[in-house]
Design a protein around this ligand. Structure first.
Ligand code: SF4
Ligand code: SF4
Length: 464
């Protein structure tokens, strides 16, 4: 293959260097995303097959942090880094760039990584000599991402660091192809992330009404150029979770030559969310920071601390298996504070969400599988008809009919994007069986009970 790699593009992954002019043509415009995806598929790319080697995939640091006071957060992060000893911190960070991939899901404080963790970590990196610490993310579209980054305080942190905050929709997306990809041949990641020397993933510890849990693995979905399309092409939730794994692989191989990019994952679990997460759940203080070079290890520990069983989550197990990274609590080397007293009984979405939606329904065999599925309902009283859900549903399952927002269950893929973007928490997941009991069985049994009581009274007091 003739190399067209100019020196300035040396940072690009090998596959992207082969088409060094490609990123210029795929500057993201929301309206052009479909077209760009077709272009990306059309580009013939050489598959990268470098081995992926990360530092200590079995090592996890658990550090108790009482609250978000700057001193506590700083001490917690410093201790966590001391426990993990990342090789990139062995010397000075001068001349290196570090990208902090925050969670800026929606303009709701609890839905995003805390600014306390982001801000204190960026100061530690600066103290290590790093002059280029970048902060960024993307959610549903360019405008909502900009609002979220600004109102949640990430823009102010970036300004203090001397770099503009990174809204991925303002940048090019670099196509990457690696032999380990499972959901498709190409994954595009944002140029600032592909270009960074080091990436630090900062997820928040939350439940997810569509995927049970969202942590280090799911937080990289913000790096995907075509979120709606990814939901459509990966309706099957197993495949969707393989696609999330592909994004992690893409970031790791976005280092020059045959290197693996250093990626550190630090879970913000000081205050997390349970119930109907990831945007509309309830605040729950887990009082913990969890760090590892493996997103699998971070998620195993986080989900265990929430009271869940990581063996039941496909995203964790499949990415662990793919790379040979330990994916059970017993296989991990957990350092720092004793994690056992920190385990809570958080309110977790039912596992049946993983086989819900039109696809799950088609696969359901038997009444119980059908009855335990989760369906999304619109709370018409809470709904303010802003139409955000209509705009962002990847399969156009929601529409406005008259003065009501209506959801077509036969189209719904149970991704919960609508719930994530609804500013009023008006989209609520319900288990079919519970709904059936509440709406049909309970009223009917109340009527029957009332009739029985009436008949008993009539029998005992016939002349009343
Ligand atoms: S209605 Fe909501 S959960 Fe269903 S496909 Fe649309 S965005 Fe996803
Ligand atoms: S996003 Fe929420 S408030 Fe807006 S129309 Fe949809 S359900 Fe109603």
């Amino acid at each position: 293959m003739t190399s067209i790699t100019p020196p300035a593009r040396a940072w690009l992954p090998r596959v992207a260097r082969a088409r060094a002019n490609y990123p210029e043509t795929c500057r993201m415009e929301e309206t052009r995303s479909e077209e760009i995806t077709r272009d990306a598929s059309a580009v013939l790319m050489e598959k990268d097959n470098r081995p992926i080697v990360i530092e200590n995939p079995d090592l996890v640091a658990v550090v108790k942090v009482e609250d978000y006071t700057p001193e506590n957060v700083k001490n917690g992060l410093t201790r966590l880094l001391d426990l993990l000893k990342p090789s990139f911190l062995a010397g000075s960070l001068e001349g290196k760039s570090v990208f902090l991939k925050v969670n800026a899901l929606a303009p709701k404080a609890l839905a995003c990584t805390s600014t306390a963790v982001t801000g204190e970590l960026s100061k530690i990196l600066q103290d290590k000599g790093c002059k280029k610490v970048l902060v960024g993310d993307s959610n549903f579209n360019k405008a909502l991402t900009a609002v979220t980054l600004k109102t949640m305080g990430f823009s102010a942190i970036a300004e203090r660091l001397g770099n503009p905050v990174v809204n991925f929709f303002d940048h090019a997306w670099v196509p990457v192809s690696h032999a380990s990809f499972q959901a498709g041949p190409i994954t595009s990641i944002p140029e600032p992330v592909a270009k960074a020397d080091i990436v630090i993933n900062l997820p928040r510890m939350k439940t997810h009404a569509g995927f049970v849990f969202t942590g280090a693995i799911k937080n990289f979905f913000g790096l995907n150029a075509h979120k709606n399309r990814m939901h459509v092409t990966n309706k099957d939730k197993v495949r969707f979770q393989q696609m999330l794994g592909d994004i992690h692989q893409a970031v790791l191989v976005s280092a020059p030559g045959s290197e693996t990019k250093p990626v550190l994952h630090v879970m913000d679990g000081i205050v997390g969310m349970d119930g109907k997460g990831p945007a509309g759940g309830k605040e729950r203080a887990f009082k913990v920071l969890i760090g590892s070079f493996s997103p699998v290890a971070v998620d195993v520990v986080a989900f265990t601390l929430m009271g869940g069983n990581p063996l039941e989550l496909e995203a964790i197990q499949s990415l662990g298996k793919r790379n040979g990274w330990p994916a059970t609590i017993d296989a991990l080397r957990i350092v720092g504070d004793d994690w056992r007293p920190l385990v809570q009984k958080a309110s977790l979405p039912p596992l049946s969400v993983l086989r819900s939606g039109a696809q799950g329904e088609a696969n359901a065999s038997g009444f119980m599988q059908w009855a335990t599925q989760v369906v999304i309902r619109v709370n018409q009283r809470r709904c303010k008809k802003c139409l955000a859900c209509v705009k962002h549903c990847p399969v156009q399952a929601i529409s406005k009919q008259g003065d009501k927002i209506v959801l077509d269950e036969t189209k719904c893929i149970s991704c919960f994007c609508c719930g994530e973007c609804c500013p009023n928490n008006a989209l609520v997941p319900r288990i079919r069986l519970t709904e059936l009991v509440m709406q049909k069985v309970l009223p009917a049994s109340l009527v029957i009970t009332a009739i029985v009581i009436f008949l008993v009274i009539l029998a005992r007091f016939p002349y009343t």
